[in-house]
Design a protein around this ligand. Structure first.
Ligand code: ADP
Ligand code: MG
Length: 695
């Protein structure tokens, strides 16, 4: 194995490289820009660009690209080479400051939702100076934000950066109120656990549904699924191991802290988790990870499935978004401290998150809504569609005590009158027991577990950051008016617990009782994407985002439209794929098999006294089932014809769910039952066993 510390980040234009390659004053100025988000002057940019280009060319790069996160959920790039003609048929390698800080990709082909009218073909990409440039495939990648000519954000990066700014501003107010004068910057940190499936490429290529929709729209259950629990943390198969090894090496070179890898619950399912980092970087890194997973799998003769539910009846894939707040002085604000003083501050941030999640539960739910994730949420393999928080017994008991004022009286003076003198540390093993919770406190961070595996982590974090920023703003406003800060903070914590404790649930989120209990508590339960998405444009949410400068109303509405459109498109593509597979594969297979049976039956009958029970029974069964299949196919085709995408988009989405998706489920039942009675050699598509045990 190569020297990992040397390998790590070797393809990244990070601070070490900057320091080595930039004149001292330029490096200092750039660092200031990076940490304070100030404007980058063009002469400075020119020097940086030139150093970057020299470094990249030495590493074999020939091109550069502005790399951005359009609202498709994946990343986009357009490559330009460094060459610049100098006459007499010669070129030199050149890269200017202007090219570094700003690009002008044609933006008209990216989804823009309601922004379409304000938005010409032109869009700008602007260097996100806080995320390092890197080299991949002989190209220098420059992480950028993407916006329209009129300045509206067309990507997921810009609002994410704005939300980080919002939470920084408000958290800093709180810290100052708490007497902290040292901290200059509060950042949110994110660690993303990524689940995925690997299957053999050859079987993958025989499944049009996997190729077009990333999930199987047909497939009878295999006789052996995940029932035996023998895959989780199992020993990793050699082909998978080779894939993981290459993935890790590539990620390390790109400065991604790939840390943990293991087999997951379902056969063919695995997980990768990096060490956490600043949110926008974690988001960039997760996108890189997903992209590399796909391309590296391909090299290894594998297909990487990132879909939330590639196989019905088998656990789907999620993404866990571990989230916390940390200061530039190295303090995790969700870590209980050593002193009562620090603990008061910890509790304040903790209850701020509780209030934020309770108040904006619908918005959080909306950020994890997609056609793919509809298969998981509430299906007893992922959290339910109800947002709630797990705090663990210990912490809940402390909050209960504060609320009821039990310890409140006998707190010594310097103990910050918050009800408890000292807080225990919450080791992971006592706080991490509940795996069914959507939003769990795990010792020193929160783990939001509702994300689907294909999701960009941008939107969930935009919402968490902004919602918490808003609560911190309210807290700061209140506390600034308090004459007695200690009493004020105690009162505030108590009040917040009382008003928002309904969101805390430490029990089994998969149980039916919880759905009933949650309803009593007034918590929302948006079972599908169609129900969940409208929360994005509720007046209170529009206000929230405007107030903190994260989205303006047009930007927000455009996101809403894009999500609904994408839901409708996904369902439609899946339905069309089903129609094609039935017409092109399943019906012909039924005909051929029936023909074989009929021929055999005829021969047997001609010969006289053979027993023909088997052929007759099978023929009848398949004939009946095929007839049924045909009817359901007709129904699906009729629904597809009736779907009218000129309608109001929400009505269209409702139609997709209630008619098209419902018809798809019906059709699937027929096809899957046929799969179990048509001889394998006639069935046109690899079975679930072929797929799940292909590696
Ligand atoms: P589990 O599978 O038990 O949920 P893992 O150890 O696989 O836990 O993943 C935990 C994730 O949480 C890792 O990515 C880790 O880096 C991240 N994490 C740890 N501390 C923080 C923090 N302060 N902020 C954000 N993420 C964190
Ligand atoms: Mg986890």
């Amino acid at each position: 194995m190569k020297n990992i510390p040397e390998l790590f980040g070797s393809m990244v234009f990070n601070e070490t490289v900057m320091q080595a390659r930039l004149p001292k004053d330029i490096f200092k100025a750039l660092k200031k820009t990076m940490s304070q988000g100030t404007h980058l002057e063009l002469d400075l940019a020119n020097v940086v660009a030139n150093a970057m280009k020299d470094w990249a060319v030495e590493k074999g790069a020939t091109h550069f690209t502005h790399w951005f996160h359009p609202m498709t959920g994946i990343t986009a790039e357009k490559h330009d080479s460094f060459i610049s003609p100098i006459g007499n048929g010669k070129v030199i390698m050149e890269f200017s400051g202007k090219e570094l800080v700003r690009g002008e990709p044609d933006a008209s082909s990216f989804p823009s939702g309601g922004l379409r009218c304000t938005f010409e073909a032109r869009g700008y990409t602007i260097w996100d100076i806080t995320s390092y440039a890197f080299i991949k495939d002989d190209t220098l990648y420059i992480p950028t934000a993407f916006c329209s000519y009129s300045g509206e954000s067309l990507d997921k990066k810009t609002p994410l950066l704005r939300s980080m700014e919002a939470i920084h501003t408000q958290a800093l107010r709180i810290l100052r109120l708490c007497g902290n004068t040292m901290v200059q910057r509060v950042s949110t940190t994110v660690g993303v656990e990524q689940e995925y499936f690997l299957i053999d490429k050859d079987v993958y290529l025989k499944r049009p549904d996997l190729m077009y929709t990333d999930r199987t729209v047909f497939g009878a259950r295999p006789s052996k699924g995940q029932e035996l629990d023998d895959h989780y943390f199992g020993s990793i198969k050699p082909r998978v191991y080779a894939f993981m090894k290459e993935l890790e090496e590539k990620l390390w070179k790109l400065g991604v802290y790939a840390k943990t890898k293991h087999d997951e619950v379902a056969p063919g399912q695995h997980e990768m988790a990096p060490v956490f980092t600043t949110t926008n970087i974690a988001c960039d890194h997760n996108q890189l990870t997903m992209e590399l997973m796909r391309t590296i799998a391909d090299k290894h003769g594998l297909a990487c499935l990132l879909h939330e539910k590639p196989f019905a009846g088998v656990n789907g894939s999620g993404k866990h978004n571990n989230w916390s707040l940390s200061t530039d002085t190295g303090v995790n604000l969700l870590e209980p401290g050593e002193t009562p003083y620090e603990n008061a501050q910890f509790l304040l941030f903790l209850v701020a998150v509780i209030k934020a999640v309770d108040t904006y539960q619908d918005l959080l739910r909306a950020t994890v809504a997609s056609a793919g994730n509809d298969h998981r949420l509430g299906a007893n393999e992922a959290p339910p569609a109800i947002v709630s928080m797990f705090l663990g017994d210990e912490l809940t008991a402390i909050l209960d005590a504060i609320e009821s004022g039990e310890d409140y009286q006998d707190v010594s003076q310097q103990a910050m009158e918050i009800g408890v003198t000292a807080l225990p540390h919450f080791p992971k093993d006592t706080t991490d027991r509940n795996r069914t919770s959507p939003f769990a406190f795990t010792g020193n961070k929160f783990e939001f577990r509702m994300l689907g595996s294909t999701f960009s982590v941008a939107e969930p974090n935009i919402v968490i950051n902004t919602a918490v920023a808003e609560v911190l703003r309210q807290f700061a406003d209140t506390l600034e008016k308090e004459s007695d800060f200690k009493k004020g903070i105690a009162k505030l914590i108590k009040k917040t617990i009382r008003e928002h404790k309904r969101i805390v649930f430490n029990g089994n989120n998969y149980s039916e009782e919880w759905a009933i209990e949650a309803e009593k508590r007034g918590l929302s339960n948006h079972r599908t994407t169609v129900e969940a998405l409208p929360a994005m444009i509720a007046p209170s949410c529009i206000d929230l985002f405007i107030k903190h400068g994260v989205y303006n109303e047009t930007e927000l509405r455009s996101r809403y439209e894009i999500h609904i459109e994408s839901y409708c498109k996904t369902i439609t593509i899946e339905a069309l794929t089903m129609v094609d597979m039935v017409n092109g594969g399943i019906i012909p297979a039924c005909i051929v098999y029936q023909n074989e049976l009929a021929k055999l039956l005829k021969r047997k009958k001609e010969c006289g006294d053979f027993d023909t029970t088997l052929e007759e029974r099978l023929l009848t069964k398949i004939a009946k089932a095929s007839g049924c299949l045909l009817k359901k196919l007709d129904a699906l085709e009729a629904a597809l014809l009736k779907a009218d995408d000129s309608q109001d988009i929400l009505t269209h989405a409702q139609f997709c769910r209630d008619n098209i998706f419902a018809a798809m489920s019906e059709l699937r039942i027929s096809a899957d039952s046929l799969e179990t009675c048509v001889a394998k050699k006639y069935w046109p598509y690899p079975s679930y066993s072929d797929l799940l045990y292909s590696v």
